[in-house]
Design a binder for this molecule. Structure first.
Ligand SMILES: [Zn+2]
Length: 443
C-alpha cells in the first residue's frame, strides 16, 4: 500500500510540475508592452543613410532640465527593450533629441535581431520614474525599406513605418519596425562602384593614359575582390561608355546617381584619378567624404590604399580633415557661380549654403540627408529621382593618385590591383570594427 501512496504522490508532483511549466510558457508568450503616456513625441526628421537609422524630434511637454536624468529611444518587441542612447537637450522647456549628429553614425540596422518592434521614447526622471512616450510623424517622408549586407545569400529586410497617423492629437501613433530574415533578392546590392567618366568623357589624359579606362580596370578588379569577400557588388559602367547616356547626364535612368538607389546600395565608391595644371613632385590619395559624416570609413580607405598600393597621402591641405581625408562644401565663390548659372539659364537659384556638399555624386546620392537639390529646374539635367529621398546611399569620391605626378602615374599603370586591394581592405577593416550606439536590456 505504501508503494501505491508514493506513486500517487509522485504523479501528483509531476502533474503540478507540468502545470507550472505550462503556466510559465503561457506567461512568457504573453507580450508585455510598456504603458505609454498621453503626451506625444513629435518627429521632425527620420532617415537611413548608408547602414544607419537616425531620428530627430521633441517631446511635447513642459519640462525643466533638473527634472530628467536620461532620454533614450526604446525598441520594444513585447518581451525585451533595446535601448538606443540619444543626444538630448532641453530647449524652451522641451526635450529635443536625435540619435547622432553624424549622418552615418546612427542606429546600426545590420546588428538588430529579427523581430517586430515599436519604437518609443523613454524618459528617466530625477525621482526615478521611467516613462514611455509614442512617436508621431510630423514629416511628409516616406516609409523606410532597408536590406542588410549580404550574408551567404541571406539578408534581413527591415521596414520602418508610422502606423495610425490621424491628425487627432490624442490618437496614439506608433513607429513600427519589422525585421525579417529572407533570401537576398536578386535586384538588391550592397556596394556600387562608379568608375568615373567614360565614353565621350575620357577624364584627365596624361602621356596617352586615360583616366576613364584606368579607373574602369581598377573598378573591375575591385568588384572581383569585393565579390570574393562576400559582397554583392555592381558597377555603374562595365565598358567605355558614360552611364549618363549620350548627354552625359548623371540623372539618366541608369545613371550614376539613380543606379545605386535603384539597387538599394548601402555604399557608393566613385573612383577617379586626380589632375592639376602642372607637374607635381608629390602625389597621393584623396578621399572626399560627405559633410557632417563620421570619417572612420574615409580614413580606413585612405590608410589602406596608402599601405597596400605603397603610395602616400596627398600633400593638398585645402579642405583636409585627416590624412588623405577631405570634405569639400560650397565656398562663397561656388555659391556665386551657382547663382550666376541660374541667371544665365533662367531658373530659380538652388538653395546652396556653405555646408552643402560640393561633389554632386556624394550630395545627390544622399537625398535630403546630404541636401541634394537637382529637382529639374535647371533644364540641362533631368531631375534627380531621389533628391527628396530620406534613404541615402553613403558615397565617397576616391582620387587614387595624381596623373601629373611621375610616381603615381607609374604606380597606377603597373600596380592597379594593389589599389583595388587597398580599397577592399579599407572597407573590411572598417566593418569589422564598427559599433552601434545601442545596448540590449531585458525587462
Ligand atoms: Zn575624374
Amino acid at each position: 500500500m505504501a508503494v501505491k501512496k508514493i506513486l500517487t504522490i509522485i504523479s501528483l508532483i509531476i502533474v503540478i510540475i507540468i502545470m507550472v511549466l505550462l503556466n510559465l510558457i503561457i506567461l512568457l508568450r504573453v507580450k508585455h508592452y510598456p504603458q505609454v503616456e498621453l503626451e506625444l513625441v513629435k518627429i521632425k526628421e527620420y532617415y537611413i543613410y548608408g547602414r544607419t537609422f537616425n531620428i530627430k524630434g521633441f517631446l511635447d511637454k513642459k519640462i525643466s532640465k533638473e527634472d530628467i536624468t536620461n532620454v533614450a529611444l526604446v525598441l520594444n518587441n513585447g518581451h525585451e527593450n533595446i535601448y538606443i542612447n540619444t543626444i538630448y537637450e532641453i530647449t524652451k522647456q522641451q526635450i529635443t533629441f536625435r540619435i547622432s549628429d553624424e549622418i552615418n553614425n546612427g542606429l546600426l540596422l545590420d546588428k538588430l535581431p529579427v523581430g517586430e518592434y515599436f519604437i518609443l521614447l523613454n524618459v528617466i526622471y530625477r525621482n526615478k520614474d521611467s516613462k514611455f512616450y509614442t512617436l508621431q510623424n510630423e514629416t511628409s517622408y516616406n516609409n523606410l525599406n532597408y536590406y542588410t549586407l549580404n550574408k551567404n545569400n541571406k539578408t534581413n529586410h527591415i521596414k520602418i513605418s508610422f502606423i495610425n497617423e490621424k491628425k487627432n492629437p490624442y490618437a496614439l501613433s506608433f513607429l513600427h519596425l519589422t525585421i525579417k530574415d529572407i533570401n537576398m533578392p536578386y535586384h538588391i546590392y550592397d556596394i556600387v562602384i562608379d568608375p568615373g567618366h567614360g565614353g565621350h568623357d575620357s577624364g584627365a589624359v596624361v602621356n596617352d593614359v586615360y583616366e576613364a579606362s584606368t579607373v574602369l580596370e581598377i573598378a573591375l578588379q575591385l568588384e572581383e575582390e569585393l565579390t570574393q569577400a562576400g559582397f554583392k557588388t555592381k558597377l555603374t559602367r562595365y565598358g567605355d561608355y558614360n552611364p549618363g547616356g549620350a548627354w552625359i547626364d548623371p540623372y539618366w535612368e541608369e545613371g550614376r546617381v539613380n543606379l545605386p538607389h535603384n539597387v538599394k546600395a548601402k555604399y557608393l565608391f566613385s573612383i577617379h584619378l586626380n589632375s592639376a595644371p602642372y607637374r607635381m613632385t608629390k602625389g597621393g590619395v584623396e578621399i572626399y567624404a560627405p559633410n557632417n559624416a563620421n570619417l572612420t570609413l574615409a580614413s580606413s580607405l585612405a590608410s589602406n590604399i596608402v599601405q597596400y598600393a605603397k603610395t602616400t597621402y596627398s600633400p593638398n591641405h585645402f579642405n583636409k580633415r585627416d590624412n588623405g581625408v577631405y570634405i569639400r562644401t560650397f565656398n562663397s565663390d561656388d555659391i556665386q557661380e551657382s547663382i550666376n548659372d541660374a541667371k544665365r539659364r533662367h531658373y530659380e537659384p538652388y538653395d546652396v549654403t556653405l555646408d552643402t556638399t560640393y561633389h554632386y555624386i556624394i550630395r545627390e546620392s544622399g537625398g535630403i540627408i546630404t541636401k541634394a537639390y537637382v529637382d529639374g529646374r535647371n533644364k540641362r539635367y533631368k531631375p534627380n529621382n531621389y533628391y527628396n529621398s530620406n534613404i541615402g546611399v553613403e558615397a565617397y569620391l576616391i582620387e587614387l593618385g595624381f596623373m601629373v605626378n611621375y610616381y603615381d602615374l607609374h604606380n597606377l599603370i603597373h600596380n592597379k590591383r594593389s589599389y583595388a586591394i587597398g580599397i577592399k581592405e579599407g572597407i573590411i577593416k572598417y566593418l569589422n570594427n564598427e559599433k552601434s550606439p545601442s545596448r540590449v536590456v531585458n525587462k
